[in-house]
Design a protein around this ligand. Structure first.
Ligand code: HEC
Ligand code: HEC
Length: 180
């Protein structure tokens, strides 16, 4: 974008999203690659239809249902063919921890860093696919939305009823079902 469009993208420092690493300041909150790419989506696709929010939601839904790491970068990484795990969540903590345990390593290992570098690369790739479609006028969400189990909880906690819950993450990762 810096090369082909120029301003304002020439104003973005290369290290602008450095703070997103390890879920922002090492806190394991949102996966930093989702945060960084969401900022770019906001810059490119903000319009009166709130396309930027739709694309961010689609990217996050895609992330939670994907299996990581992708094989796309196996030719250029140090650890190709790593074990693949679906994070089921956009949170750095859940994404990184479930993979780390499945891989039998620890979070400071080079293997884990290689895995997360591949995650970041794939999130950037998926962002570019969506933004190119947006610019072509052909964008449509492609990731699966909330699961049936989550939709069940949102029947009562969502906007049509009590409306006391924020978000669309998979509820059962953190809560048990109090209706059973
Ligand atoms: C039939 C409606 C209904 C459904 C479906 C439902 N809830 Fe609730 N939920 C309630 C009501 C009413 C309360 C508040 C009263 C109470 O504590 O039971 C509540 C309370 C809660 C609380 C507060 C703490 C607690 O346990 O009381 C949490 C957390 C919660 N629900 C999560 C969920 C999740 C996760 C699901 C899906 C598995 C879900 N709920 C499905 C109606 C529902
Ligand atoms: C990443 C973990 C996580 C996910 C995913 C999650 N929650 Fe929660 N939720 C919490 C925590 C932690 C709290 C605060 C502690 C508590 O009350 O359980 C909370 C609080 C709540 C409360 C208020 C409970 C109270 O009594 O104050 C409700 C209602 C609730 N969640 C519903 C949901 C629903 C519905 C979903 C799915 C759409 C969901 N949550 C997804 C972790 C999560």
């Amino acid at each position: 974008m810096k090369e082909q469009i120029g301003y304002p993208y020439t104003m973005l420092p290369d290290d602008m999203f450095q703070h997103g690493g390890a879920g922002y300041g090492g806190q394991g909150t949102l996966c930093g690659s989702l945060g960084a790419c969401s900022a770019i989506i906001n810059l490119v696709a903000m319009d009166q239809h709130f396309s930027h929010n739709a694309i961010v939601a689609d990217l996050i839904n895609w992330y939670a249902s994907a299996t990581f790491p992708t094989s796309r970068f196996d030719d250029i990484c140090r650890f190709p063919e790593q074990i693949k795990v679906s994070p089921n969540s956009p949170l750095c903590h859940i994404s990184a921890s479930t993979w780390t345990v499945a891989a039998g390593t620890n979070v400071d290992s080079y293997e884990r860093k290689d895995r997360c570098a591949k995650v970041a690369g794939e999130v950037a790739y998926q962002t570019v696919l969506r933004l190119n479609a947006y610019v072509d006028g052909s964008y449509a969400p492609s990731a699966p939305g909330p699961s049936e189990a989550t939709a069940y909880c949102l029947n009562c906690h969502g906007p049509a009823a009590f409306n006391n819950q924020q978000g669309k993450m998979s509820c059962m990762l953190c809560h048990s079902d109090h209706t059973k």
